[in-house]
Write a protein that binds this ligand. Structure first.
Ligand SMILES: NC(=O)c1ccc[n+]([C@@H]2O[C@H](COP(=O)([O-])OP(=O)(O)OC[C@H]3O[C@@H](n4cnc5c(N)ncnc54)[C@H](OP(=O)(O)O)[C@@H]3O)[C@@H](O)[C@H]2O)c1
Length: 328
C-alpha cells in the first residue's frame, strides 16, 4: 500500500507518499481502506520529531480517518465488510489501509461523506472528553473556548450549544469570531483587540465562567484563572503559546477552589478511549444524522498535496478541519 512517510524530521517538504507494508489485523480488529483523513496540530509536531507515537502505535502520521471495512478479524462480532466507518487512531491515518479495533469504530451516517466523517473523531472526541467527562458540563454553565475557530474549538462550541450551556469564544480575526457565533457561541472576542479578561468578566456579570478550554497555555494562564467562577475548571488542552508560567498565585487558586486539569487524548489507555467513543457516539450520532451537529471543514486536499496542507495549517488560517482525500 501507499502511505505518507516522513523522510527526516523537519518541515512540510519532508513528507512524501511511498510504498510501505500493508498492516495486518488481530482477531478483534478490522482493516479499513482509508478514503479520507484529517490533519491535527499533533501531526505538525510529529513531523518535526517532537511528538513520537505511543508505544505499539503506527509511526505513520494520522490520528483519524474515514473509510470502508475490507477485512474483519475472527473475533469481530458486529462490523462487516463494506461498512462505512470513521475512527480515532493512535497513528496510521495517512495511509491507504489502517487497522482499527472493532470497539473504536463509529458508523458514518448516510448523510455524511467520507471527508465529513474524517473531520469528526479527533476534535469531537477531544471536545467531548474535556467538556463532559473532565469539565462536568451542565446546562447552566458558561464556558470560555479559546481558539474558537480551530478544529477542537468549533466542535466544542457545538457540543456546548447541544448541552444547553453557553459558549464564549476567542480567536484571532473577526471572520473566525463570526463563524464561532454561527456555530452557537453566544459572543466572541478578537484577541488582537487586547486581553479577553475584561470582556469575559462583563459577559458573565463578573461571576466568571465555569470552564475554560485552553489551547494557548502560558500567555493566557493568569487571565484564564481570573476568568473562572468559584469551583471553575481550567482545562489545558494545548500549549500553542508556551509552557512556562512564572509567579503563580496559589492563594487565588485555593481561595476560589479552582481546578487546573491537563489532558491528552492520544495517550489515554485503550479502555478509556473505548468508553469515550461509546459515550460520544450515543450523544452525537443522531445529532449528526439530523444535522444539529456538523463536521466543520475548512479545506480538502488530495493527499498528494499533503505538504501544502501542512503548510496551510502552520499559517493558522483554517476555520475547522483540513482534510486529505486518500486516493489510489
Ligand atoms: N490534549 C489533547 O488531547 C488534544 C487533542 C486535540 C488537539 N489538541 C490541541 O488543541 C489545539 C487545537 O488543535 P486543532 O487541531 O483544533 O487546531 P487548528 O484547527 O489548527 O487551530 C489552531 C488555531 O489556534 C490558534 N492559535 C495558534 N497559535 C496560537 C497562539 N499562540 N495563541 C493563540 N491562538 C493560537 C490559531 O487561530 P487564531 O487565528 O484564532 O489564533 C489557529 O488557527 C492544538 O494545540 C492541539 O495540539 C489537544
Amino acid at each position: 500500500m501507499k502511505a505518507v512517510v516522513i523522510k527526516e524530521p523537519g518541515g512540510p517538504d519532508m513528507l512524501s507518499i511511498e510504498k510501505v507494508e500493508k498492516p495486518s489485523i488481530n482477531a478483534n480488529e478490522v482493516l479499513v481502506r482509508v478514503r479520507a483523513t484529517a490533519l491535527n496540530r499533533a501531526d505538525l509536531l510529529q513531523r518535526r520529531g517532537f511528538y513520537p507515537p505511543p508505544k505499539g502505535a503506527s509511526n505513520i502520521l494520522g490520528l483519524e480517518m474515514a473509510g470502508e471495512v475490507v477485512e474483519i478479524g475472527d473475533h469481530v462480532t458486529k462490523a462487516k465488510k463494506g461498512d462505512k466507518v470513521c475512527a480515532l487512531l493512535p497513528g496510521g491515518g495517512y495511509a491507504q489501509y489502517t487497522v482499527v479495533p472493532e470497539e473504536m469504530l463509529i458508523p458514518i451516517p448516510d448523510n455524511l461523506s467520507f471527508e465529513q466523517a474524517a473531520a469528526i473523531p479527533e476534535v469531537f472526541l477531544t471536545a467531548y472528553l474535556n467538556l463532559f467527562m473532565l469539565g462536568n458540563l451542565k446546562r447552566d454553565y458558561n464556558v470560555l473556548v479559546h481558539a474558537g475557530a480551530s478544529g477542537v474549538g468549533t466542535a466544542a462550541i457545538q457540543l456546548i450549544r447541544e448541552a444547553g450551556a453557553t459558549a464564549y469564544a476567542t480567536a484571532g480575526s473577526n471572520e473566525k469570531i463570526a463563524r464561532a457565533i454561527e456555530l452557537g457561541a453566544s459572543d466572541g472576542w478578537n484577541y488582537n483587540e487586547g486581553s479577553f479578561l475584561p470582556w469575559i468578566k462583563e459577559k458573565t456579570n463578573h461571576n466568571g465562567v465555569n470552564i475554560v478550554l485552553d489551547f494557548v497555555g502560558a500567555p493566557y494562564f493568569e487571565d484564564n484563572l481570573q476568568s473562572l467562577a468559584i469551583d471553575g475548571r481550567l482545562i489545558v488542552i494545548g500549549t500553542m503559546g508556551g509552557i512556562h508560567v512564572n509567579n503563580v498565585n496559589l492563594g487565588f487558586i485555593l481561595k476560589n477552589r479552582l481546578q487546573i486539569i491537563g489532558t491528552a487524548l492520544r495517550t489515554q489507555p485503550f479502555e478509556k478511549k473505548v468508553e469515550l467513543t461509546k459515550a460520544f457516539t450515543k450523544f452525537a450520532l443522531e445529532r449528526f444524522k439530523n444535522g444539529r451537529l456538523q463536521p466543520v471543514i475548512d479545506s480538502i486536499y488530495d493527499w498528494k498535496d499533503v505538504s501544502k496542507a501542512h503548510e496551510y495549517m502552520e499559517s493558522n488560517a483554517n476555520i475547522g478541519k483540513i482534510i486529505l482525500n486518500v486516493t489510489d
